[in-house]
Design a protein around this ligand. Structure first.
Ligand code: SAM
Length: 286
């Protein structure tokens, strides 16, 4: 159950898609004065060393953030903002540190905003707690870490006191019941607070549950949704490795679709590993 370690994958193409969208949403939230909460149901360790053994073992970041980092010349605003964020973690100019979703969020949190993190893995949660303690008192005051099942734990937090919330759901999907649990958790979150923003990351793999997930989410009673996918290569013949992923948003910021129309073609070109790289963008906005 506990074999997934995000450190192997930190900064890969899926993180580029997920974290650039997450950053856009949190920046959008921070434009209005009313405080907001971010609930991250599968937080991971929070900060990753790209020159560490785990990240280096697979070198996945080299074809993800590595290609964005080294790009010369203009790039779409959504990706540029994301690269600036990664730069702020690597001020000496060499790419060695990578922020996971908790630190992408923390980068834009104001004093009145709140972050709630769930992480079930005992080692990951210890690292997450240690990383938060090192980040200083303000981050610690804003953030609560729960060593609990995020699918279950999110229920007790909705609706949040300020009524402005983002729920990020980013499970490992190693266990195929995660697909069902995602749909149940999203459905429950909508019932508890219909206007809330929800972001679900999912892998593009041959498993039927994965292919059905965005369709199942679209069928939920929601008026505003967006589904963005990024594929970097054709599937491997043995089905191994991740050739693409998607982000499904509910109640997305109104300006996200336009930002992605600009960013996704660039990402697909820049991160392409073969001629099958591409993207899709579908949304409904009322
Ligand atoms: N969201 C992180 C990011 O973007 O930086 C990456 C998260 S990683 C894909 C998934 C994490 O969920 C792993 O650290 C794993 O230990 C944890 N996990 C697995 N099942 C969980 C559950 N039911 N509740 C909370 N955390 C869980």
């Amino acid at each position: 159950m506990f074999s997934y370690r995000h450190a192997f994958h930190a900064g890969n193409h899926a993180d580029v898609l997920k974290h650039s969208i997450l950053l856009h949403i949190v920046e959008y939230f921070a434009r209005k004065e009313t405080p907001f909460w971010v609930i991250d149901t599968h937080a991971g360790a929070g900060l990753y060393a790209l020159d560490g053994d785990w990240a280096n073992k697979r070198g996945e970041f080299e074809d993800g953030i590595g290609r964005v980092w080294s790009h010369q010349g203009p790039m779409p605003e959504l990706v540029d903002n994301y690269r600036e964020l990664i730069r702020s973690f690597n001020e000496d100019g060499s790419l060695r540190h990578y922020p996971g979703s908790p630190w992408v969020t923390l980068s834009r949190l104001r004093a009145s905003d709140r972050l709630r993190l769930f992480e079930l893995h005992p080692n990951e949660v210890d690292v997450l707690v240690a990383n938060l303690e090192e980040s200083g008192r303000r981050a610690m005051r804003q953030t609560t870490i729960f060593n609990q099942d995020g699918f279950e734990g999110v229920k007790a937090l909705l609706p949040v006191p300020s009524r402005r919330s983002l729920v990020l759901i980013d499970p490992p999907y190693e266990d195929k019941t995660d697909y069902r649990k995602v749909v149940t958790a999203v459905n429950d979150a909508i019932k508890r607070y219909a206007p809330g923003t929800i972001a679900v990351w999912y892998p593009i793999v041959s498993r039927v549950e994965a292919q059905e997930l965005p369709r199942r989410l679209q069928r939920l009673p929601v008026r505003n949704w967006l589904n963005a996918t990024l594929t970097v290569r054709s599937p491997a013949p043995d089905g191994r490795g991740l050739h693409g992923s998607g982000m499904f948003l509910i109640n997305q910021p109104w300006n996200l679709a336009a930002a992605l129309k600009d960013a996704l073609p660039w990402m697909a070109r820049q991160l392409a590993l073969d001629g099958k790289a591409g993207y899709t963008l579908d949304f409904q906005q009322e």
